[in-house]
Design a protein around this ligand. Structure first.
Ligand code: DGJ
Length: 733
């Protein structure tokens, strides 16, 4: 049977070609997904992984029995896990989905394949969609579920996708954590039973587990070799990823919206579109899969993904809620004098009747507190412009406090179960606005628009969200659609984001949610970056940023130099180390500079200047993780290499400090073996240059043998520190 190639459009209608066999191949430069889509039969999964030659694909099709449905439905194979399960209005709990049409549409950057499935008896259809990119190894897959029955159909299960993965020695890499400890890497073998990774926060979905995973097919994942499948659910709300390792030879991976307390009444004529699952494959280990995600993110999924980010100072850890005009001016002067490009005023600037003095009031009352800022936002913007930097502002538009003018005016706009007391969050008064309600959506869009129209000089917005949905109830949704609350909240949130982005496409917007609660590919089309964590302790950040880098590029990971002892962990970390960790992401500062010494400011000034040189390599380059902090070797190391393999930045951080300790030598990766690279240390604090300063080495040498990095800094006795770190810039000659 001839393979269906992506370069032309085919549409087969069951009515005209009742039993046409159809082999579907969905491919990217390095991956193939093979399906069997015989019209009138179930859609079958055949293969996913390394790109196959035509000959191998044809042979594989002959020998592979195509055991599993590509989107298994509940009811006619009850013991198996299903991607979709429904109850028709007549009580029938089954679906019998058969292929009715296959359609491909080739665009310049990607090809979309849509495979329509229809129930044999009920006018109920599911279209399984695949968007395969032409220059990056990512396929996005999702479904469109259409109810053409006369009455509503209840959706009990509605995964975005299902993927069978052959058993062998498959290990799972996933992220877990909690507030101030986000993005921790967990690596485990997949054993018999059900492994579920889920979120039920309602608003923020990446503090604890993440909606992205990797499967290493060859045992515990290695960074730069081995076969790895990656998957990222592009959704901002509650999710559920489940891997069923049953009695068969296969692991069964399902990913989608978390259906718990979210059954969906699909009305007659309504279409339910599931969020995309982005899947990738690499034979270059976990770092290879990360590079695929990062490239796709920068080119297709992240707002302004290829625009270099500005170096900023954020006011939060410097002054917290104690915003005052003179301090704002002083902080702007300080960051400008250190070479920074942007100042962001965080929480605490607003509230008229109820000024935001503590965190227990004022959210929703987005008017300037004139007692704190007599010259308002315009005064601050003017100050910033006068010293050549940009100005940004914090706000938290999805939230209110019961102590606010907004709540007094619209108590019905908050999420609350009828006949129950309000469940209150931060400060004992915080509540979540009901984004299912179009009036609330209009309010948020309106206030954003007003802020930007009144103050067009605002260059950056930090969009925060500091509460979960604790009490299930919407004043807007009808009684029989209360179970839609979580889904409608995120539909409302996305609708708001789309409207804002349509008008302000080039504004920089940070997704913050009590730290790293919104690191997900559901929000990133509308946000330029996210706040990795409220924990800015550089040592703990090595672990958190390492995990987060599995799926997200450095350009999106806000990483700030903060004070010591750290305000969360109370650990004292040398400034050089804090700088060297922050420079591996989107560099910023989160500190009161007036408490820094002149020497410290000078070190930051030179680091900012050096970061400007390497910014394109870090923010737009390719990551190669080298030594994992999770392997407990006492150090962590990674590097970024530009596309041309001409320039690279190598990071090396000690993660513990003992006298006479023995570290492995970190060998590099991703360089051109034949090129000669000159080595130059950045942020040098040592009295003497490193022995290899200014010397050239071949890429082959650096990757096979590596450089011997001294364990400690060579400093005058009274300046010595414990944790040491190095940043090396390599440039091909
Ligand atoms: C939580 C954020 O993560 C912090 O950075 C800060 O913006 C506070 N909210 C402000 O309330």
């Amino acid at each position: 049977m001839k393979l269906l190639r992506n370069s032309f459009i085919v549409c087969l209608l069951a009515a005209f070609l009742p039993m046409v066999a159809q082999n579907v191949e969905i491919s990217t430069p390095g991956m193939s997904l093979l399906l069997k889509a015989n019209v009138g039969e179930n859609l079958k999964f055949v293969y996913f992984g390394e790109r196959l030659s035509d000959a191998d694909a044809a042979s594989l099709r002959e020998v592979e029995p195509a055991r599993y449905d590509a989107y298994p439905a509940y009811g006619l194979n009850c013991p198996a896990e299903a991607a979709i399960a429904v109850r028709h209005a007549d009580g029938n709990m089954t679906l019998d989905l058969k292929v009715s049409a296959v359609e491909t549409d080739a665009q310049s950057d990607f090809t979309t394949t849509r495979i329509a499935l229809r129930d044999r008896e009920y006018p109920f259809a599911v279209t399984v969609c695949y968007k395969a990119y032409k220059t990056v190894d990512i396929i996005e897959t999702w479904t469109e579920i259409v109810n053409s029955e006369k009455r509503p159909v209840l959706l009990n299960r509605f995964a975005s996708a299902y993927l069978p993965i052959r058993r062998g020695e498959v290990w799972l890499s996933s992220l877990y954590g909690q507030w101030a400890n986000e993005g921790r890497l967990c690596e485990e073998p997949l054993n018999p039973g059900m492994k579920v990774i889920k979120n039920k926060d309602g608003v923020r979905n990446s503090h604890t587990a993440h909606a992205e995973v990797m499967f290493s097919l060859d045992g515990k994942a290695r960074e730069n070799s081995g076969r790895v499948i990656g998957a990222a659910l592009c959704y901002s709300g509650n999710y559920r990823l489940a891997i069923d390792t049953d009695e068969s030879d296969w692991h069964h991976f399902f990913a989608g919206i978390n259906e718990d307390n979210s059954t969906y009444n699909l009305q007659s004529g309504e279409t339910f579109v599931t969020p995309p699952l982005a899947i990738t494959y690499s034979n270059e280990g976990a770092s290879g899969a990360s590079r695929n995600f990062h490239k796709w993110a920068r080119n297709y999924r992240l707002a302004n993904g290829n625009r270099l980010r500005k170096i900023l100072l954020n006011s939060w850890e410097g002054v917290y809620l104690d915003i005052k005009e003179p301090e704002m001016h002083q902080m702007m002067d300080d960051i400008a004098s250190m070479g920074g490009e942007l100042f962001v005023m965080d929480d605490g600037w607003f509230g008229d009747k109820y000024p935001r003095i503590k965190d227990n009031s004022s959210l929703g009352d987005w008017v300037v507190d004139r007692n704190k800022l007599p010259n308002g936002i315009d005064g601050l913007v003017a100050k910033a412009k006068s010293i050549g930097i940009d100005f940004g502002i914090w706000y938290e538009p999805e939230m209110s406090n019961t102590v606010s003018e907004l709540y007094e005016k619209h108590p019905d706009w908050v999420i609350k179960a009828p006949k129950r007391d309000l469940q209150l969050g931060r400060g004992g008064t915080q509540v979540v606005l009901d984004l299912a309600n179009p009036k609330v959506q209009d309010f948020i869009v309106g206030l954003f628009d007003e802020l930007m129209t009144k103050h067009p000089g605002i260059d950056y917005v930090k969009w925060d969200a500091n509460m979960d949905i604790r009490n299930h109830g919407s004043n807007y949704l009808t009684a029989d659609s209360q179970s839609h609350l979580y889904i409608e909240y995120h539909r409302g949130f996305e609708a708001v984001c789309k409207r804002i982005r349509a008008k302000y496409p080039s504004l920089t917007i940070q997704a913050c949610a009590s730290g790293g609660g919104r690191a997900n590919y559901g929000v990133l089309p509308y946000f330029d970056e996210f706040w990795v964590s409220d924990n800015t302790d550089a040592l703990q950040r090595v672990y958190m940023q390492w995990g987060t880098s599995y799926f997200f590029p450095a350009i999106a990971m806000a990483s700030h130099i903060s004070a010591t002892p750290n305000h969360t962990t109370f650990r004292s970390v040398p400034l050089k180390y804090r700088i060297d960790v922050a420079m591996s992401g989107r560099l910023g500062m989160e500190i009161q500079p007036k408490n820094m010494t002149d020497d410290e400011k000078a070190l930051c000034r030179s680091a900012i200047a050096e970061y400007k040189q390497i910014r394109p390599i870090v923010q737009l380059g390719n990551i190669y993780r080298l030594v994992s902090p999770y392997d407990n070797k006492g150090l962590a190391s990674l590097m970024y290499v530009d596309d041309a393999k001409q320039k690279s930045v190598f990071f090396w951080w000690k993660t513990e400090h003992f006298y006479n300790q023995h570290f492995p030598r970190a060998t590099m990766a991703g360089l051109d073996p034949a090129k000669l690279y000159r080595v130059h240390e950045l942020n040098r604090i040592d009295n003497e240059p490193l022995p290899f300063e200014g010397k050239t080495f071949s890429g082959e040498y650096l990757m096979n043998i590596g450089l011997e990095i001294p364990y400690n800094h060579n400093l005058d006795w009274h300046k010595r520190t414990d944790l040491s770190s190095r940043v090396l810039y390599l440039e091909a000659q």
